[in-house]
Design a protein around this ligand. Structure first.
Ligand code: ARG
Length: 460
């Protein structure tokens, strides 16, 4: 018979058992379910809601069940529906009457809310660790490439010279924001819902604060209806992870472009690329492509969760069981992508020469030549026009700005002098951009140091 079978005259249809059952995907919350039940049982005993000796027996047996699950000795049952009832059934099978007292003052509605919060908090910690590792890789790489000049782009057209360190540190900003967003979400996940009951609280004198502290939550929920029907923390996490995947995907897109023969800025290590079954020469950046591709499923998880929640009347509805596969998939995908991405970029070869050569083409120093004229007193708009004409002239001659003779410069403006050549060297273009946030060494170093302090002191 079902744990809730008292009111029923018939067995559940086998098809409905399978349909209704979530054990296939919520079994992974066994640790949280048992830890939560242990805290609940201790509290029931402490409050004399159940016999303290029985509470001790429950706590001890739950500990044994946890060990048995971890040792692979337990098989969960589909017709026990979900992880909560599977654990309760294991308990009552082992200790009978005492086990039947565990669910006093509790509903599966507040129990599942507790479990999923605890599970996601653990995953948020794991994801954060991976983000911090990635940030450390980025600062290490950046320190090694402070003077690796490359072209910066807008519209995927060469724009102005920057350094590889500057480019990498742009991603570091994104990943620091991701860590901050997850920390923020962690704060709203760390709210303990037990005591909400099915929806309207409970008549037993539960000590909610005791359970909260035992389980390491920072607060308790403040409204029993919200306590069982809030899934904002999962929506938020899915949104945060979607944004994180946008960052990984953009980075991967660049790495894929840069791995092409046309760019050749980077080469993935053999261990992080694959070949073709037909074309012997191929070395494909599959890992980066797969990460780019996997971003789509995380966005799908977010959309699925939002859509699942949007029409639900208060409080709990069974629709909410559908939260798990989607948020688990989002978490699993991110946890799969982050470490492989980290190792891929830590091992890739960086082609400094190709980057430098790339920065030299496309008139990336044209702005600097215009700025040169401004420093000599011309209004910027006039300088801009002069440079536009000069660039057009160079295109006709198929040469770079650096390759012109001073006499040619002077045909466009008498203000040009011998020192223009020093002013438009790529190194000078980068070094002159020394404002905070710019690509000059001093500015990038300061942003690297900030990021290093971030990784040292960050905690959820
Ligand atoms: N397996 C359920 C879920 O994941 C647990 C809560 C069930 N509650 C209920 N009243 N049927 O949502």
């Amino acid at each position: 018979m079902k744990l809730w079978g008292g009111r029923f005259q018939k067995e559940t249809d086998k098809q409905v058992d399978d349909f209704n059952s979530s054990i296939r995907f919520d079994a992974r919350m066994y640790r949280e379910d048992i830890t939560g039940s242990i805290a609940h049982a201790k509290m029931l005993g402490k409050q004399n809601i159940i016999d303290p000796a029985e509470a001790d027996l429950i706590v001890k047996t739950l500990g044994e069940i946890l060990e048995d699950i971890e040792a692979g000795k337990v098989e969960f049952l589909v017709d026990a529906e979900d992880i909560h009832m599977n654990v309760e059934k294991l308990l009552t099978d082992r200790i009978g009457a005492a086990g039947k007292r565990l669910h006093t003052g509790r509903s599966r509605n507040d129990q599942v809310a507790l479990d999923i919060r605890m599970y996601l908090m653990a995953k948020e910690e794991e994801i954060t660790e991976h983000l911090l590792t990635l940030l450390r890789t980025l600062t290490t790489l950046s320190r090694a490439h402070m003077d690796t000049i490359m072209p910066g782009y807008t519209h995927l057209q060469k724009a102005q010279p920057i350094t590889f360190a500057h480019h990498l540190m742009a991603y570091a900003q994104m990943f620091m924001r991701d860590a901050n967003r997850i920390a923020d979400c962690y704060g709203r996940t760390s709210v303990m819902p037990l005591g909400s009951g099915a929806l309207a609280g409970t008549t037993y004198p539960l000590d909610r604060a005791f359970v909260q502290e035992t389980l390491g939550f920072s607060q308790i929920t403040d409204n029993s209806l919200d306590g069982v029907s809030d899934r904002d923390f999962a929506l938020e996490l899915a949104a945060d992870l979607s944004i994180l995947m946008v960052h990984l995907s953009r980075f991967c897109e660049e790495l894929i472009l840069w791995s092409s023969h046309e760019f050749s800025f980077v080469e993935m290590d053999d261990a992080y690329s694959t070949g073709s079954s037909i074309m012997p020469q191929k070395k494909n950046p599959d890992v980066a492509e797969l990460i780019r591709g996997k971003s789509g499923r995380v966005f799908g998880d977010l959309m699925g969760l939002l859509t699942m929640m949007k029409g639900l009347p208060l409080a709990y509805n069974k629709d909410m069981q559908e939260d798990k596969e989607q948020i688990f998939d989002a978490v699993d995908t991110v946890l799969l992508c982050l470490p492989v991405f980290n190792n891929m970029i830590a091992t890739m070869k960086i082609r400094k020469d190709a980057m430098y050569q790339g920065a030299g083409g496309g008139f990336t120093n044209a702005t600097d030549a215009a700025d040169y004229l401004v420093k000599k007193g011309l209004p910027f708009r006039e300088a801009h026009e002069i440079l536009g004409k000069l660039v057009f002239y160079c295109i006709g001659k198929n040469c770079t700005l650096d390759a012109l003779a001073l006499a040619e410069y002077k045909q466009f403006s008498p203000v040009f002098d011998e020192d223009v050549f020093a002013a438009i060297r790529l190194e000078a273009c980068v070094a002159e951009r020394s404002l905070p946030g710019g690509p000059a060494e001093k500015a990038v170093l300061s942003s690297i140091e900030k990021c290093e302090r971030f990784t040292e002191s960050f905690s959820l």
